[in-house]
Design a protein around this ligand. Structure first.
Ligand code: NAD
Length: 487
């Protein structure tokens, strides 16, 4: 198997195997064939990884931020040098089209390492003038941090978590999704090659039970999870019961509001990006597209025309624009929601079927799908589908669009397309979402915070905010006079 790694886990600077762990078969989602066979971590592997991280962290934290940053920036360069090879691996692991993974996956991880590698030296505590005495604060690392990844952006997720954690002087044990275990191992190799001391970035494989064992380990100071809301509730409870720090990047059902005055082609392109990139498996997707009455007909005509042209097929063909879903379970789930949408009375405007692609009969493909006449209470408008299924809803008034957009338990993202910038800012200010776009959708560069409100999570990834979430403040009061004691 050409994508078989040297071993399942990477601990203390080396590949480690323990065949006592549960077998994990890795499938190529385009064909269903097994491309690697790994083993989930045993208790022993979990202990080894945590102990390696604990032992390495103190010396790393004592290095200057500039020195730590230099290692991360070297790793960013190595990621970029190996971009095409890692993109290919990511396509095998996720099924995402190579035209996406070549530009979006290792590149985004590299951007994060470069950003945090540079930013950390300028991320300092405060000086507080108390009129004689003074105080200062230190930004100190938390210790051993655990990262738990989802399967839609495996190496990006690893980079977004490892970057700020390591930059701040922490050590990390990272558990990729059981569906996509491969690329985090390459990141671990690259860190070693970049000069990261052994033990600071460890990868252990496994299912949810391994994630839970890591999250509840007493040595662990912080857990950062990317995953679904139900998993987030479980992991946050585990962390909370031991007063650990936690970042939760969870699911969504985000609104994208298109006003009558929007640039038509940009709005249609934005809505497609918000629903079909990565075969719709993006947490921040704008899956509820609210379109104002005056532009509705033109918007739908162009949307359907352009959606029908999406090239679906062999993910390794550079012309392919959409690959398969991650696995059979997700395929069943998405196809199930398409049936639910039809049964609920929404109009299937295009897609909805399973394409038959020669040579890829075992793959988990589904057509990009647009439902119109979607009602706010339909399940396809309320529940996260995590596939290429767009719901188009109509509205007439600005206030109505805001109220209906906010009528959800989620709050990850939101978008507005309009040429009226005053309206754009006014509407965005009223939307309950952590990450918003005006006249674009789904761009998340490392420089800006990313994360959700309400059930979509707590904490932020990326930007200086992430350095805050991977550190704790120590306050130091300094007396410059005598102690005025009443005793
Ligand atoms: P998931 O919740 O099933 O799994 C996520 C990770 O958590 C996996 O590594 C899994 O093994 C682990 N896990 C499962 N149960 C656990 C437990 N009890 N304790 C500890 N770890 C456990 O999610 P998924 O299916 O891999 O990913 C899809 C979901 O992730 C969607 O809801 C999507 O919206 C969300 N997501 C969010 C973001 C974001 O940044 N907000 C990004 C990508 C995906």
């Amino acid at each position: 198997m050409k994508t078989q790694p040297k071993a399942s886990h990477y601990i203390n600077g080396s590949y480690v195997e323990d065949e006592g762990g549960q077998t994990m078969d890795v499938f190529y989602p385009a064909t269903g064939e097994v491309i690697a066979r790994l083993h989930a971590a045993t208790d022993n592997i979990v202990e080894l990884a945590i102990e390696a991280a604990r032992a390495a962290q103190g010396a790393w934290a004592r290095m200057s931020p500039t020195e730590r940053g230099r290692v991360l920036r070297r790793a960013a360069d190595l990621l970029r040098e190996r971009n095409d090879e890692i993109a290919r691996l990511e396509t095998f692991d996720t099924g995402k089209a190579i035209q996406e993974t070549l530009v979006a996956d290792p590149a985004s991880a590299a951007d994060a390492l470069e950003f945090f590698g540079g930013a950390v030296a300028a991320y300092n505590g405060d000086y507080v003038d108390l009129g004689g005495p003074f105080a200062y604060t230190r930004r100190e690392p938390l210790g051993v941090c655990v990262g738990i990844g989802a399967w839609n952006y495996p190496i990006q997720g690893a980079g977004w978590k490892a970057g700020p954690a390591l930059a701040m002087g922490n050590a990390m044990v990272f558990k990729p999704s059981e569906n996509t275990p491969l690329s985090a191992l390459v990141l671990a190799e690259i860190f070693t090659q970049a000069g990261l001391p052994d033990g600071l970035f460890n990868v252990v494989q496994g299912f949810g039970d391994v994630g839970a064992a890591l999250a509840s380990h007493p040595v662990v100071a912080k857990v950062s999870l990317t995953g679904s809301v139900p998993t987030g509730r479980k992991v946050l409870s585990l962390a909370g019961s031991q007063m650990k720090h936690a970042t939760m990047e969870l699911g969504g059902k985000s609104p994208l509001i298109v006003f009558d005055d929007a640039d038509l082609e940009n709005a249609v392109g934005g809505a497609m990006l918000a629903n079909f990139y990565s075969t719709g498996q993006v947490c921040s997707n704008g899956t509820r597209v609210f379109v104002q009455d005056g532009i509705r007909e033109r918007f739908l005509a162009r949307l359907i025309e352009r959606t029908k042209k999406i090239r679906i097929g062999d993910p390794l063909d550079p012309e392919t624009q959409m690959g398969p879903l991650i696995n059979k379970a997700q395929h069943d789930k998405v196809c199930g929601y398409i049936e639910i949408g039809k049964a609920e009375g929404a109009t299937l405007a295009c897609g909805g079927g399973v394409p038959h692609l020669q040579g890829f009969e075992g793959g988990f493909f589904v057509e990009p799908t647009v439902f119109t006449e979607v009602g706010d209470d339909m399940r396809i408008a309320r529940e996260e589908i995590f596939g290429p299924v767009m719901s188009v809803l109509s509205f007439s008034e600005e206030a109505e669009a805001i109220a209906r957009s906010n009528d959800t338990e989620f709050g990850l993202s939101a978008g507005v397309f309009t040429r009226d910038l005053a309206r754009a800012h006014r509407v965005i200010a009223d939307l309950q979402a952590g990450t918003c776009w005006i006249n674009h959708y789904n761009l998340s560069p490392a420089e800006i915070p990313f994360g959700g409100v309400k059930q979509s999570g707590i904490g932020r990834e990326n930007s200086l905010a992430a350095l805050g979430h991977y550190s704790q403040i120590k306050t130091v009061y300094v007396e410059t006079g005598d102690v005025d004691s009443p005793y």
